[in-house]
Design a protein. Sequence first.
Length: 174
Amino acid sequence: MNIDEYRIATVKDVPELVGLINNSYRPNGAEAGWTHESELIEGERINTQQLAELLEREGSTVLLGLNRGEIISCVNINEEAGAIYLAMLTVKPSCQNFGLGKEMLQLAEEYAENQYESSVFNLFVISERRELFDFYLRRGYEATEISSDYPANAGVGTPKINELKLVMLTKQLG
């Protein structure tokens, strides 16, 4: 499995992307890949309105990875206050374990380096997702002391456990 095309998402990609993201983060049944968080959070990760707003937000880009015209991966890049924030790194569950997450992360970093002034990359990981935490550490990200409560009122799902935390990881390029 490989990515044979990359492009920036547009509003017409929203329905397919919402399905990909929700199925990857909160799948039902046997479709779950290793990156899902269904045991920690229930409900949708994103809805159509949230994704459309994300695409329209200044400084926000969603990059897509396609295989034979099908969207199989995405990542969101946001520039805020002189730093780059990466979010929503997603790979279709049946396409996981082929290195596509690493590939999309590298593409996001390269894109951001070319588009923005900052070389500081930040992302947030659920503290209980140790395997995902370790994935980013292997890619040069470092844990910070910055953490926050899971945004239970942000419309991104409801925690199944109390005191779910997000931890910020950071990476300095160049």
